[in-house]
Design a protein around this ligand. Structure first.
Ligand code: ADP
Ligand code: MG
Length: 697
């Protein structure tokens, strides 16, 4: 390791130490995530040009970029569709046309026959020969000048363009000589993985040597790139681990198990808990008794009965005198929880409050007041619960459903609503998207994990069938038969468009079609554009069997619970991802009847779609589905990282780099045990000091 005593660490050097950077430029660089000289080194190129060698025109291929050294044969201004300047050049191996749409008279004069030029540009097929449109060129007075390394292109912003970014990274690379950038990863380890040391890796990605594997560099698969990604992933995991330790230094409410309220609630249920539910509940309850903040992820396949586990935990928290917040990512799911919780708690004399973004101002104000004053002990809602103006009297337990849709920062905001300065609320995070183990170790390194790995008794696996859309007639006949047998049916319309209004329209058309084909049956419609109250009314009607058939958009994806519904038709199933299909399918198979899910698809199917549909037919196991989903789509998509803090990786990508995750956890554990200094250094480098509270979330 480099001796760090006299030399300034690069993350302590402000950007203004670089030539050409004043306050104004520094501000712009900050928008690109650069705050100090070290950040410049971690701002990586996303593509490269090869200007290190001269190409012969005879060997050029369309689509490539090349430097050529040529002689002007003739230049001509032509007027076809647009006025353009055509300069025909030759290098002895072939001819090439340079085409300019914007040019000056000066330029036209420059290109006298016999003039030697050095040009760089993208090669395209032209009408008569290969062309370069607006190539970079210069008159070649003193021979050819070539670059010593590949030319990088950086993510740029207005006012900070490529030349500036190249000058800055040049300087930052020079600083590596005079200042220190500690390599926190042990050299033996890098050798084991055949990865370069930090400084070599940085030099390579910023200024690749001629002949470097550009494809590998651009796809992030070059060893230099992998090394940086590995380091970042390790830092991230360390951050979560360490901050978990910090969170656990805080106090949390001591919540005794088996309160009277909890026992009453459990006795009021029409079912007994499964072994898995009881085990997970015990894990949760003994965790909450300790007076240390619980950070627990409860995974359980759709229909495994997570909600009642949360409710029983909530009952104990309320009995101990604390408030409980229960959040869900969508209105419809939050409403579902509100209904469940109200059914369970209100007969026992505990009112359940509601806070959603759609409340009217006055309603919202009184809801917030009841929470702040402590009159409301249990409150269910959406992200509205995170808003700054929501304060709890003494929040003791935060329950978060479908965690993967919430951002890390939202979890953090909630955590900061703790019972007091030094006390954090317990957190119970529930997800129906099972997370493969290796991924969980990195993405949720801060959480303990409980798994409900058993479905309530009597559930039969859903029988899944795939059919081409052309057989819609047969499907409708099947729906008619199911309705005649008093079974209820979901018909899910999907569209590739994100637009809720288009989805709603398509759903309306489907309602019209099905009402015509199924005379006498009662058809309802829910979509994202309905008012919550109207949606509620329809869901309620479906639940109480006043409707036979519910046409829905994917808004019913999570949480909706109608045990008598035992047939689901999913249109355009080929367009949906595996996890989403699995979630949708989880709406049936909740009662004791044998359920069926029909995947209607539009042929021809892509290879990937074929695989997805075949997995769905083969298994009902959410963990198998999740693992396959990960293989097919990559981790980012599976976790929904676009909405979580995980998207904040600068270099790593969980999907692309998932093969390193085992190594990430091994190395992290090693560093935690033997190298506290490296742990600190890595966290500071990649996560930053200002984000100390990162890991408690
Ligand atoms: P999920 O884990 O998908 O959130 P829910 O909590 O919505 O599942 O539970 C699904 C359904 O199963 C609900 O109707 C719930 O009341 C019911 N349920 C939960 N636990 C049991 C059980 N042990 N036995 C029978 N039914 C149960
Ligand atoms: Mg649920």
């Amino acid at each position: 390791m480099v001796n760090t005593t006299e030399r300034t660490a690069l993350d302590k050097l402000p950007l203004t130490k670089l030539k050409g950077v004043g306050a104004a430029v520094a501000e712009k660089l900050a928008t690109l995530g650069m705050h100090n000289v070290q950040d410049v080194l971690f701002h990586l190129p996303f593509r490269y040009q090869d200007r290190t060698q001269l190409a012969k025109i005879g060997t050029l291929r369309p689509g490539s970029e090349a430097v050529v050294s040529v002689e002007v044969v003739m230049a001509d201004v032509v007027f076809r569709k647009r006025r353009s300047l055509l300069v025909r050049v030759n290098d002895g191996t072939g001819s090439l046309m340079l085409r300019f749409f914007h040019f000056t008279q000066q330029q036209v004069k420059q290109f006298t026959p016999g003039t030697r030029l050095q040009c760089f540009g993208e090669v395209r097929r032209g009408p008569s020969m290969l062309e370069m449109v607006h190539p970079e060129y210069r008159l070649q007075t003193q021979g050819v000048t070539l670059q010593k390394t590949l030319t990088p292109f950086y993510p740029a912003t207005e006012g900070v363009q490529q030349p500036t970014l190249r000058k800055l990274s040049d300087q930052a690379l020079d600083f590596l000589e005079k200042h220190s950038l500690t390599d926190w990863l042990p050299p033996e380890l890098l050798q084991d993985f055949q990865l370069p040391d930090l400084v070599s890796a940085l030099r390579m990605v910023h200024r690749p040597t001629p002949g470097a594997d550009v494809n590998a560099l651009m796809s992030g698969m070059h060893p230099a790139h992998r090394r940086l990604a590995l380091e970042e992933l390790i830092a991230h995991r360390l951050g979560l681990r360490l901050l978990r330790v910090q969170a656990q230094r805080n106090l949390a409410p001591k919540i005794p198990a088996n309160s009277e309220l909890a026992i009453k609630l459990q006795n009021s249920l029409s079912f007994t808990l499964t072994g898995a539910q009881q085990r997970v509940l015990d894990e949760v309850l003994s965790n909450m008794e300790l007076g240390e903040p619980m950070l627990r992820l409860v995974q359980g396949d759709v229909g495994s009965g997570k909600t009642i586990v949360a409710a029983l935990a909530a009952a104990n928290a309320v009995s101990a005198g604390y408030q409980v917040a229960f959040m869900a990512p969508t209105e419809i799911l939050a409403e579902q929880h509100l209904l469940n919780f109200s059914d369970w708690f209100e007969p026992l004399g505990v009112p359940v409050g509601w806070l959603s973004g759609k409340l009217r101002v006055a309603q919202r104000r009184s809801a917030i007041e009841a929470v702040a004053m402590g009159q409301q002990r249990i409150i269910v809602g959406t992200h509205a619960l995170f808003q700054n103006d929501v304060e709890f009297e003494n929040l003791g337990l935060a329950i978060i459903d479908e965690q993967h849709r919430f951002g890390v920062h939202q979890r953090m905001a909630l955590r900061n609503k703790g019972a007091s300065e030094s006390s954090l609320p317990h957190q119970l995070i529930m997800t129906a998207t099972p997370i493969p183990r290796t991924l969980a170790m990195t993405a949720y390194a801060d959480l303990d994990c409980s798994i409900i790995d058993e479905l309530p008794p009597g559930r039969k696996p859903v029988n899944t069938i795939a059919m081409p859309a052309a057989r819609r007639g047969d499907v409708v006949a099947g729906v008619a038969k199911a309705i005649a047998e008093n079974r209820q049916v979901y018909w899910v319309c999907t569209l590739i468009e994100e637009s809720e209004s288009l989805q709603a329209e398509a759903a309306e058309d489907t309602v019209a079609m099905l009402s015509e084909l199924l005379p006498g049956s009662r058809v309802g419609l829910v979509h994202g554009r309905l008012k919550p109250l109207d949606k509620d009314v329809i869901m309620q009607q479906f639940k109480s069997q006043e409707l036979d058939l519910l046409v829905a958009t994917t808004v019913i994806e999570v949480g909706v619970d109608v045990p008598n519904a035992s047939l689901m038709v999913i249109e355009n199933a080929e367009r949906l991802g595996l996890s989403q299909l699995h979630q949708l399918r989880g709406r049936v198979g909740r009662g004791s009847a044998q359920s069926t899910c029909i995947l209607l698809y539009q042929p021809p199917l892509s290879q990937n779609a074929k695989e997805r549909i075949s997995i769905m037919r083969k298994t009902n196991d959410g963990f198998v589905v999740a693992q396959k989903d990960l293989d097919l789509r990559g981790a980012g998509e599976v976790l929904g990282t676009r909405q979580t803090g995980l998207a904040e990786f600068r270099i790593a990508e969980l999907g692309r780099d998932s093969d390193m995750l085992d190594a990430v956890s091994d190395i992290s554990d090693h560093l935690l045990a033997y190298s506290p200094k490296s742990v600190k250094g890595l966290i500071r480098r990649w996560i930053g000091e200002e984000r100390k509270d990162y890991g408690g979330v």
